[in-house]
Write a protein that binds this ligand. Structure first.
Ligand code: NAI
Ligand code: 2OP
Length: 310
């Protein structure tokens, strides 16, 4: 008999709880919320379950401080860790989140050995290395969420600038999840019309810059944490493509094995996501300028990975 899919979300804070919310709203899978704070994941899960009769979703949503309930998950989303506060860079989170993501990855590998892991904790690309190192899962089953979020921000800014629907903006942001990320205006279009025909270079440059500091813009406004609605919806887009074997082409952090000229490095590239996780990495033709920007971003990720001393 077919069984329902099961998604574990580790870290029931802002991003984790919002992921659970949207997974439930889309009726994608049963959800297990895990956190170290006693009672908190249980309370949020019960609250979400009680919205079911109103919102018309019917799923099993549970919260726990352990991993028994998570056993056999199809997808595990790791959001546990500390988030940025004003003045902190993503990299400031490195040491604390290395320990947290490492501990969580060990538990996940033991309880859900066949899961696809989606890492969210920052600094994102470095934390993917931690999860990959500790779980020893094949590269198909460890992915990082950043590119879908960065691309969503980029598309939002373009739509706002042009006064058009976000639905008609197409484009992609590659690279590491940091100030060096690489929006690709040359590959961006609005209903098929190249962006360069619609906006002058200085406006495109301003949007690229705002995209790269899109996370910091929200941190500065919120003052007590970082973004979570758009990050969670990005996680859920990846989860949905995996659970439904949709084979969507989404920018994700993936462990490259020669693609784009990088070896054993997690960085954001276009990925086809299907039932087993990473179906394949799509290699775009980048010009010298774009490749130079990607190399610069890769260098920043490599420095962080070296600092991890895995
Ligand atoms: P949050 O502080 O609201 O939630 C984090 C939760 O993790 C807390 O509830 C905490 O108790 C829990 N936690 C800590 N250690 C744990 C452990 N060992 N096991 C289980 N749970 C544990 O933070 P928020 O806003 O949800 O962000 C979570 C992480 O995601 C941060 O590192 C943040 O920087 C990152 N992030 C990454 C994004 C991306 O694009 N990759 C976007 C947004 C956030
Ligand atoms: C963001 O981009 C903080 O990485 C997080 O919002």
């Amino acid at each position: 008999m077919p069984r329902r899919s099961k998604v574990t979300v580790v870290g029931a804070g802002n991003v984790g709880a919002t992921c659970a919310h949207w997974i439930a709203a889309k009726e994608l899978a049963d959800v297990v919320l895990v956190d170290i704070i006693e009672g908190m994941p249980q309370g949020k899960a019960l609250d979400l379950a009680q919205a079911g009769p109103v919102e018309d979703y019917d799923l099993r949503i549970v919260g726990t401080n352990g991993y028994d309930e998570t056993a056999g998950s199809d997808v595990v989303v790791i959001t546990s860790g500390i988030a940025r506060k004003p003045g902190m860079s993503r990299d400031d989170l490195l040491a604390t989140n290395k320990k947290i993501v490492g501990d969580v990855s060990e538990r996940v590998a033991a309880t859900s050995p066949h899961a696809v892991v989606i890492v969210v904790s920052n600094p994102l690309d470095a934390m993917c290395h931690v999860a990959s190192h500790v779980t020893k899962f094949p590269r198909e089953r460890v992915l990082g969420m950043a590119g879908v979020l960065d691309t969503a921000r980029y598309k939002t800014f373009i739509a706002m600038e042009l006064g058009v629907s976000v639905e008609d903006v197409h484009g992609m942001v590659l690279g590491g999840h940091g100030d060096t990320m690489v929006p690709l205006p040359r590959h961006t279009s609005v209903a098929g019309i190249p962006l360069a025909e619609l906006l002058p270079k200085e406006r495109i440059d301003a949007i690229v810059k705002r995209t790269a500091s899109g996370g910091a813009e929200i941190v500065a406004l919120l003052k007590t944490g970082s973004a979570y609605y758009a990050p969670a919806s990005a996680v859920v887009a990846m989860t949905e493509s995996i659970l439904k074997d949709k084979k969507r082409v989404l920018p994700c952090a993936a462990l490259l094995k020669g693609e784009y000229g990088y070896h054993d490095l997690f960085i954001g590239v276009p990925c086809v996501l299907g039932a087993g996780g990473l179906d394949k990495v799509v290699e775009m033709k980048l010009d010298d300028h774009e490749k130079g920007l990607l190399d610069h971003s890769a260098k920043a990720v490599k420095e962080l990975v070296a600092a991890l001393k895995l």
